[in-house]
Design a protein around this ligand. Structure first.
Ligand SMILES: Cc1ncc(COP(=O)(O)O)c(C=O)c1O
Length: 641
């Protein structure tokens, strides 16, 4: 039996409770944890064992060096680690099932195309011959300049014009393993034409439209009506054309992509099985083939629930690799087709863990209605007296009734105010009483076995708003555009129990600039548990797993620009280096992106100020001060300082 004292000890807040509340061990893939001081730490495997760095220590270091929040923190070790995991998992699956060919990974540049990421992927990935996927001429330029390793593949997807094709053909001449994947059947004529002119034999691949559709937020990327890829009839047309050109021996690769973040392993299995049937048929048509490219889709478990929920996945990396290899073997061996080089284009799984968005809370709108007085004046309006009675009589048994009555009297008071029957002060008192009733109802309803349906979601209406120093549109566009969930949590004070529930608002003045959905193991939370914050206290939150797509898709809403970016590497001895620093956009940067001439802006403002001097509104010295401030702000960071 657990007695009262023991229960109290068990109930007491501790670090394990914090880990459980934010689910950090479920979604962190071992890269993040909480230390005994209640701070979120990075944990990296180094040659000298596991090393831990507190995010708060990193923030102190950054601030000392004059960097401000918000900040995108990149951890190079995690990128290397993810590449290693993907390659080692495929290697184990290949050995386990005795697959008679190799795995080659390619990273799709569009997922996060920043130079330092591509540099690290090609540098560290060269030991695995990790290649790149390019979907445009610009991305092909990146791939050709960054890849040194001629065993790494360059996969050219996307629409290709003459110069794209010429560049790819010359890459082949230079010895790159560069493939043109046909997205549309009419691309073939152009490729053949350019190949003939340059006398270079192209490596051709076909992207197929699979019937298989993957569930999740990107389901539209797959299925018969997907935007990209060739239909079965177009594939036949392509084969016939290649035979006509006597160039069927150029057809070497089959590619498909049924969507990003595929949460259900069943869809992955169905997709690869269907693709293998196409592959076997192409071999039987006489194409040499040799490469099977399964595209992206390997999911990241953002909420840590290990389910087929869109923010999660019901499989591990090991299962993903083993299932793919097993199905390829069984489908192709049936038709006696040799095992191809297996390519995947995992973007999200490669880079998601690499970046964290860190920001400070700049203001709080607490939901704390002022206390209700013990008595209200005897001559108060009847409706005011009624709502006060409801407040006094509220108990566990009459929750529902009090809820209905309170709503009714609040509406009545509102009507009375409109026709001038009660004063502003009486209206304010009535509303205070109403919100106090709601707070009491929410507190009491926790104790109810069955909560009245009307009370569902009531906690959300009573939550605080924590105003945070970031732009959702710039730094977390998928949260706004497709309601993607990311793990979010305070990065310190976790030795204390969070006592408030909040939604997060950004500093754009857009009503969509808020986060009001948070990860949960069994559901989606409508509020985030956060700490009470004193005035002048720094309080930091982190949004984790933001390395994929967020930087690429971000935009300049309200002219908030790129954040400061800092890349660190955790050393074997547990120290860390600030590897690369990128200063975020200044106000003059973002203004020039939207075509302002900065000098012209200064001139215009100076002329306005000079006019005021002439009219005697300000002095010449005032003008100098104002212009100094103008220039300083222009050169400064776009975020809250
Ligand atoms: C053709 C292609 N390959 C690969 C990817 C990357 O997918 P993921 O990030 O899910 O690995 C994408 C993105 O949607 C894609 O369009």
């Amino acid at each position: 039996m657990v007695n009262g004292v023991q229960k109290e000890i068990l109930d007491r807040w501790n670090i394990d409770k914090a880990k459980e509340l934010y689910g950090i061990n479920n979604w962190s893939a071992g890269y993040f944890d909480i230390n005994q001081k209640g701070e979120v730490i990075l944990t990296a495997d180094t040659r000298d064992g596991k090393k831990e760095i507190s995010l708060i220590d990193i923030i102190s270091g950054i601030k000392e060096r004059g960097f401000d929040m918000p900040l995108l923190l990149r951890i190079e070790n995690f990128l290397d680690s993810q590449l290693t995991s993907i390659h080692e998992s495929f290697k184990s699956a290949i050995e386990k099932f005795k697959y008679k060919n190799q795995y080659r990974g390619v990273y799709p540049i569009k997922v996060n195309q920043q130079q330092q990421i591509i540099e690290e992927i090609t540098r560290f990935g060269s030991k695995y011959h990790h290649g790149l996927e390019a979907g445009s001429k610009a991305e092909l330029i990146v791939a050709l300049s960054m890849i040194d390793d001629k065993d790494a593949c360059i996969i050219c997807n996307g629409y290709k014009d003459e110069s794209f094709i010429d560049l790819g053909l010359f890459a082949i001449k230079l010895g790159y393993k560069c493939f043109f994947v046909l997205e549309m059947s009419n691309e073939l004529d152009l490729i053949m034409n350019r190949a003939k002119i340059h006398k270079i034999k192209p490596n051709i691949g076909v992207r197929i439209k699979l019937t298989t559709k993957a569930g999740g937020l990107w389901a539209e990327s797959g299925g018969d009506r997907s935007l990209f890829g060739l239909t079965t009839a177009q594939i036949i047309e392509t084969i016939d054309k290649l035979k006509e050109y006597k160039m069927l021996n150029c057809l070497k690769l089959l590619h498909y992509h049924i969507g990003s973040q595929i949460p259900n392993i069943r869809d992955i299995r169905l997709g690869v099985a269907e693709a293998c049937r196409f592959y076997a048929e192409l071999v039987q048509e006489g194409a040499p083939m040799g490469y099977l490219d399964l595209g992206g889709g390997l999911a990241v478990d953002y909420d840590g629930s290990k389910t087929n929920f869109p923010s999660s996945c019901n499989y591990s990396l090991k299962e993903y690799c083993e299932d793919l290899i097993e199905i390829i073997i069984s489908t192709l061996e049936e038709k006696e087709v040799p095992h191809p080089v297996l390519i995947t284009e995992s973007g999200r799984a490669t880079v998601a863990y690499y970046s964290i968005l860190l920001f400070n809370v700049i203001d709080i709108n607490r939901f704390d209605p002022p206390k209700v007085p013990d008595k209200i004046p005897d001559n108060s309006n009847e409706m005011l007296q009624n709502i006060f009675e409801v407040y006094k009589s509220l108990n566990l048994k009459n929750i529902q009734e009090c809820y209905n009555d309170a709503l009714y009297y609040k509406d009545e008071l509102h009507q009375l105010f409109k026709i001038g029957q009660i004063t502003l002060r009486e209206k304010a008192l009535g509303e205070n009483i109403f919100w106090n009733i709601m707070v009491q109802i929410v507190k009491s309803s926790i104790k109810l076995k069955q909560k009245p349906i009307e009370l569902e979601g009531m906690e959300d209406a009573l939550s605080d708003i924590y105003y945070c120093n970031f732009s959702l549109f710039q730094s977390l566009p998928d949260s706004w555009a497709i309601n993607q969930l990311f793990p979010i949590m305070p990065i310190h004070k976790l030795n204390l129990q969070p006592s408030r529930q909040a939604i997060l608002a950004d500093i754009t003045c857009d009503s969509d600039g808020k986060i009001k959905k948070f990860i949960d193991l069994h559901d989606v939370r409508n509020t985030l548990p956060v700490h009470e914050v004193d005035d002048n206290e720094d309080y930091y939150l982190g949004v984790f797993l933001v390395g994929a797509y967020q930087e690429t898709l971000g935009d300049l809403h309200n002219l908030f620009g790129d954040t400061n970016v800092l890349t660190i590497r955790i050393n074997d001895d547990g120290t860390f280096d600030f590897d690369r620093e990128l200063e975020g956009d200044s106000i003059s940067d973002v203004l020039s992106y939207v075509e302002y001439d900065i000098k012209d802006l200064s001139v215009r403002f100076r002329q306005s100020a000079e006019k005021c001097v002439k009219e005697g509104i300000i002095s010449g010295a005032d003008r100098r001060k104002i212009m100094q401030l103008f220039d300083e702000v222009l050169r400064g960071y776009t975020y809250f300082l």
